[in-house]
Ligand binder design. Structure first.
Ligand SMILES: Cc1ncc(COP(=O)(O)O)c(C=O)c1O
Length: 417
């Protein structure tokens, strides 16, 4: 077998061998580490250098000029850590392999990643964004407040084509969406975008369940803080995309400084190795909890994606704050995608920055709770949730969990009845 097929990526690391296709579980463990055995290493090295010494100043100048011209990085050391980092590049290579894209560019957080995308498009004079609610609360806020000089048109999926203007630089969607888990037909959305790049936030699904580029998305964003890291101990973001867009993102990252720390890059690479196993195990827990919640008279409605996944949202008849106050095993905290199960009240925390009327119209009601299933035994999780849900409502107030259509206009939602 010809193993001498490695090519260089823009990140300066060898790309994965392309002579044979590898399954997702194999890529999760090996991508970004293909050179390790040759280096005599088992774990990826962590390069904490902030600068890279060189006696060849003319050579450095030429490399900086080349980077400034098109964002490409050659094989040499990065000159300065704001241009690139070899440990982070391993994570980028691995994530690109998992998402099926040419490249990936990592950032200090998911919001830094979205910021870089908006800056790339804004710099090209394409400041208008078309977006579908709900989005993660801070993504919504960044667009609505126009903090980066962008202008947003909110629409439903059917309205995307009509909302696109000559200065539209981006269409932004989440599927399944945070926090309602409403799902979109990504292929139909991509078709409606025409030549405008579609950015799909794939944080909730991860490439284990869905690869948006296969449906026509040009950009795939992750809050790597969530499932990619998987242990609640690293903040990061990443955009998987073609190399042309990646070069522009690297230039913005260099100029604005939202880089991922090498230790975070190491932890994210390590997190990817167990991503398929974690997502499948947590998804089984989530599906079972969704089933039990849907049969519970204390629960008004349960949202669980048709795609599956480890997130469950549910609306309660009683006080949602009492549920988050009542859990003892489950962690009452914002964020998601960790090995432990987390629960939070979106209207109070993750979507607090969204205008209350916009929250309501996109299905984020005051009674909604969002649960991120972890890897605990499902019986222990149910015992805790059952206790936290408190005594049942009176017979007159109780109604079985509803299967009515989701409030998010034009979206489909896997509502469990
Ligand atoms: C779907 C989604 N996208 C983006 C973000 C932002 O990511 P970060 O918190 O890493 O900046 C979040 C955070 O919760 C999220 O849930």
């Amino acid at each position: 077998m010809d193993t001498n097929t490695e090519s260089r990526t823009g990140s300066g690391l060898p790309a994965a061998p392309t002579a044979w296709p590898r399954a997702l579980a194999t890529e999760a463990v090996h991508a970004g580490r293909d050179d390790l055995a040759g280096l005599g290493l088992h774990a990826a090295p962590i390069d904490l250098s902030t600068t890279y010494p060189s006696h060849d100043t003319r050579g450095e100048a030429a490399r900086i000029d080349a980077f400034a011209a098109d964002g490409a990085l050659d094989d040499g050391p990065p000159v300065y850590a704001r241009l690139a980092n070899p440990t982070v590049a391993r994570f980028e290579t691995a994530l690109a392999r998992l998402e099926g894209t040419e490249s990936a560019v990592a950032f200090a957080s998911g919001m830094a990643a979205l910021t870089a995308v908006l800056l790339v498009r804004g710099a090209a004079g394409l400041r208008h964004v078309v977006a579908v609610r709900p989005l993660y609360g801070c993504s919504d806020h960044l667009l609505t407040a126009g903090l980066l000089g962008s202008e947003v048109t909110w629409t439903d999926p059917a309205g995307i084509a009509d909302a696109i203007r000559p200065d539209t630089g981006l269409v932004l969607v989440e599927s399944p969406a945070n926090p309602t888990l409403a799902e979109l037909d990504l292929r139909a959305v991509a078709d409606a975008c025409g030549t405008v790049p579609l950015l799909a936030d794939n944080t909730f699904a991860t490439p284990v369940l869905q690869r948006p580029v296969e449906s026509g998305a040009r950009l795939v964003l992750h809050s790597a803080t969530k499932y990619l890291g998987g242990h609640g101990d690293v903040l990061g973001g990443v955009v998987a995309c073609d190399e042309e867009f990646a070069r522009q993102l690297r230039q913005v990252r260099f100029a604005t400084g939202g880089v991922l720390h090498p230790l975070a890059g190491y932890l994210l690479l390590r997190g990817l190795s167990t991503l398929p196993v974690r997502v499948r195990a947590a998804s089984a827990n989530a599906a079972e909890l969704a089933r039990r919640l849907a049969a519970d008279p204390r629960v008004r409605r349960v949202h669980y994606p048709r795609l599956g996944g480890a997130m469950v949202a549910f609306e309660v008849h009683g006080d949602p704050h009492a549920v988050t106050a009542g859990v003892r095993l489950i962690t009452p905290a914002v964020s998601l995608g960790s090995v432990d199960t987390l629960i939070q009240h979106p209207a109070s925390i993750s979507h607090r920055v969204v205008d209350p009327a916009d929250r309501r119209s996109s299905g984020v009601s005051e009674s909604l709770l969002r649960l991120s299933a972890g890897l605990e035994d499902v019986e222990d999780l149910w015992q805790d949730l059952d206790h936290a849900l408190g005594p049942g409502p009176s017979a007159s107030a109780a109604a079985p969990a509803s299967a009515s259509a989701h409030a998010g206009r034009g979206r489909t939602a896997g509502v469990v009845s």
